[in-house]
Write a protein that binds this ligand. Sequence first.
Ligand code: ZN
Length: 111
Amino acid sequence: MTNKELQQAYKYYNKRFFRDQLPKGLLVRFGRLPFDTMGWTWFEVDKPVCIMVNKLMKRVLLEKTALITLLHEMVHAKLGIKVNCNGVRNSRAHKQEIARLMNAGAYTKLL
Ligand SMILES: [Zn+2]
């Protein structure tokens, strides 16, 4: 999977599952992250500016994992810097948003 394909997936998911609420100019790229980190979303103050997916997932058979990671990071981009995805505190909103995406069919072809 290429950076271009990942960026196109972002555009598609944004339109199809986020009502185009996320920034159109947000940069989506594969990149070097710690080996145990699947993805990361960067914010400038409280505005999401970049989603990075660990480049270890560029491999052909890991395409679905890359897209699942992208959706996870898009939820971070939507909910903002104060919402966590793990731990007890502040993770509820993230879990609810993932559930919404599941119900909307975002994962139908990925799982
Ligand atoms: Zn997360």
